[in-house]
Design a protein around this ligand. Structure first.
Ligand code: IPD
Length: 294
């Protein structure tokens, strides 16, 4: 499955209805992690207990998403970062990151998100799936960024009754690497981080600057809204990128992986997102500098 074909939806389902459900469930989970965030999380007695609190909120957010999705669409599959793995019968799978940017959440840095996507294909297999609708909810800004295949990419207020109209997203037109603001991120494995840091030594002198925001889903939204020019990271899982991938594409951008065939799709080896005039240069930069995960 490539990023450029429109995957077929099962009969009787519309992109609009899936996008609406993505927005609704992501917004509910967004409110939950914001409003139920334990007050003294950042000053808990030990580091490990702080981390446990985050893990509990991550799991509870995923349970909430799981329940809401199963109520609305009982035949769909669900794959979540915290371990939910339901095989569906409808041909659609929901891919969930209940808190993307967990370290920011722990430290109360306002750059974390709930990412919800509906995909067609096998969400477990690299290059075997593609998103058809998605939402990235930002609890701190009370916004939700969303897209459906063919419906454009938008930012809407979390509060549906608000008078603010949705804003259409559009990637930057930047075409020169040397003028590009590039977002990236690092995995948790120390060996992977060492390699990523070494790659950065070579990439940093070649771009305008680097941003490490701490949430892959929000990095992709930033590409979609043009507040960074490009994003590249190795080691991502489907739940980190599924919704953001579609938001970037619907904003006129391109999201690619490291190579040919199945590897042309974004994933573990590499995920690169940018406007069409820049994306190949960013991909070539990361591939030649060696930032491709095994
Ligand atoms: C992480 C964030 C981070 C990225 C890591 C991801 P998590 O997701 O998106 O920005 O650099 O690769 O694993 O663990 O916060 O859900």
């Amino acid at each position: 499955m490539t990023t450029h074909t429109s995957p077929a939806l099962p009969e009787g389902v519309s992109v609009e209805e899936l996008e609406r459900l993505c927005i609704d469930v992501a917004t509910e989970a967004s409110r939950f992690i914001r409003d139920e965030r334990p007050e003294r999380m950042g000053v808990a007695a030990t580091k490990s207990s702080e981390t446990d609190v985050v893990t509990v909120m991550d799991r509870r957010s995923e349970e909430l998403l799981h329940r809401l999705i199963q109520q609305a669409r009982p035949d769909d599959g669900i794959l979540g970062e915290e371990g939910v793995d339901v095989v569906g019968t409808s041909g659609l799978t929901w891919v969930l990151d209940p808190i993307d940017g967990t370290v920011n959440y722990l430290y109360e840095i306002p750059a974390y998100a709930v990412s919800v996507a509906v995909v067609v294909g096998d969400a477990h297999s690299q290059g075997g799936w593609a998103p058809v609708a998605g939402a990235v909810a930002d609890p701190s800004l009370r916004l939700v960024h969303h897209a459906g295949r063919g419906t454009g990419a938008w930012t809407s207020p979390e509060d549906r009754t608000a008078s603010t109209a949705p804003i259409r997203l559009s990637v930057s037109a930047e075409d020169r690497l040397g003028r590009s603001l590039l977002a990236t991120g690092f995995g948790y494995d120390p060996a992977v981080r060492r390699r990523q840091a070494e790659v950065l030594l070579r990439v940093l002198p070649l771009v305008r600057d680097i941003r490490r925001i701490g949430s892959a889903a929000l990095d992709l939204v930033r590409v979609a809204e043009g507040s960074v020019d490009a994003y590249a990271e190795s080691g991502l899982n489907a739940w980190d990128l599924a919704a953001g991938w579609l938001v970037v594409e619907e904003a006129g951008g391109v999201v690619v992986g490291a190579g040919e065939g199945a590897e042309s799709a974004p994933g573990k080896a590499l995920t690169v997102a940018a406007g069409p005039a820049l994306v190949e240069d960013v991909r070539a930069l990361f591939v030649t500098q060696g930032d491709v995960a095994d």
